[in-house]
Design a protein around this ligand. Structure first.
Ligand SMILES: [Zn+2]
Ligand SMILES: [Zn+2]
Length: 401
């Protein structure tokens, strides 16, 4: 029989194709489709120092798949002629905007002042959003307070603006805001969710306040603003310990567990330093079939996401018996995968297992109630809020049935 002659080119092409197919099969088998996003950002619509399109463009250019501009007490749907200030002249904010977006920019001079019309949510989204690859979500940071305590709550995929709500306590302000979000969601039949921002900012929101809330599913475990005290201080606990204590309480009370989000809370887009609230410090990775608000929200509400301040995961698998996790490693970086859990009748969340390396699994033990994974590393963040800060990631607590 005549041997079949295969040219070298075809042989290599076929080999590459087979490898690609295998890699993709593996990914689909495991059903992991991660989207990177930041749900907390400010623009000139409130106290950020850049135009919405410039900020969104930054996220688009830096491999994010979604972003929400969450300006204070506005959903960016009115006519707003913004007056250029000294700060903007120094930052060359308008020049940069005009260089990037050309004729799209609308300006006018009024009594020797330069005014620029801020594009509405509808306009900036249509300018930058790309179907199936980059999503812009409507949001508002509902910004209220009680006495001198700041109470800020983000509403992702909001439709109607929610005015800051007052009350007779921190708890009442939070609860009424969350109730308003639930009311809007039910009335419009559109998925949206509230998340409690930076509880340790001004130490406004305590663990006890958060324990008493009803209907709250998310809070900021990590916020990239330099003034928010994620780590607590001598008299206040850090947000991660707070998270565990709240979840023990939620479990006992029969409430769904609280999920932890990481965000930038970015305001400053012209100078990068530890004193500024810059982009790129904290985000969520959501495992969602499709890149739209409905699918992302549904995935997040089911806990199919992790919060990150720099660590990426390749795989995160959980079934009735175990959790399996693989880090997407950076060269030369050491990782620790720490399984944290709440055991029956324990008063606290404890370390269940720690593995030095890039993959690990944990089989649930008889007494386990909920388990989450924290991944730490020795990789230093490039623009940290705390000197020497290293990259981390946190998966959501899983209730062990
Ligand atoms: Zn805030
Ligand atoms: Zn904010």
């Amino acid at each position: 029989m005549k041997p079949i002659k295969v040219s070298k080119k075809i042989f290599w092409l076929a080999t590459v194709l087979i490898i690609l197919l295998l890699v993709n099969c593996d990914r689909y088998k495991k059903g992991q489709n991660w989207h990177k996003g930041n749900l907390h950002t400010h623009s000139l619509w409130s106290d950020g120092d850049d135009f919405p399109e410039m900020i969104i463009q930054w996220y688009k250019d830096h491999d994010y798949q979604f972003v929400a501009l969450s300006d204070h007490n506005t959903i960016a749907d009115s006519v707003f002629w913004y007056e250029i200030k000294d700060r903007d002249l120094k930052n060359q904010t308008l020049e940069k905007y005009q260089n990037r977006f050309g004729d799209w920019v609308e300006t006018k001079i009024d009594s020797a002042k330069t005014l620029v019309r801020l594009k509405t949510f509808k306009e900036y989204r249509s300018k930058i959003e790309v179907l199936d690859s980059f999503l812009v979500i409507k949001s508002e940071e509902v910004t209220s307070s009680f006495e001198n305590k700041p109470i800020h709550i983000n509403v992702t995929n909001i439709k109607d603006e929610i005015d800051p709500i007052r009350g007779k306590s921190v708890l009442e302000v939070m609860q009424r805001t969350i109730d308003a979000v639930h009311e809007q969601r039910t009335r419009l039949n559109i998925p949206m969710f509230a998340h409690i921002n930076h509880p340790n900012f001004g130490y406004g929101i305590s663990t006890e306040d958060l324990k008493q809330l009803n209907g709250e599913r998310f809070f900021e475990l990590y916020n990239g603003h330099p003034a928010v005290n994620n780590e607590g201080d001598d008299t206040h606990i850090d947000t991660e310990t707070m998270w565990d204590l709240i979840n023990i309480h939620y479990y006992i009370e029969g409430k769904p567990l609280l999920f932890g989000i990481a965000t930038d809370d970015s305001h400053n887009y012209h100078f990068y330093s530890s004193d500024n609230s810059n982009t790129g410090r904290g985000w969520v990775m959501v495992n969602s079939k499709k890149l739209d608000a409905d699918h992302l929200i549904s995935a997040m509400e089911s806990g199919a996401f992790y919060a990150s301040s720099g660590v990426f995961l390749k795989n995160l698998l959980a079934n009735q018996n175990e959790i399996e996790i693989t880090v997407d490693p950076e060269d030369g970086v050491r990782y620790e995968i720490i399984f944290m859990g709440y055991k029956k009748d324990a008063g606290e969340v404890v370390e269940l297992k720690k593995v030095l390396g890039t993959s690990a699994s944990y089989t649930y033990q008889k007494e386990d109630i909920f388990v989450r994974v924290k991944i730490t590393s020795d990789a230093k963040k490039s623009n940290p809020i705390i000197e020497g800060e290293t990259k981390k990631a946190w998966t959501q607590p899983i209730l062990v049935e």
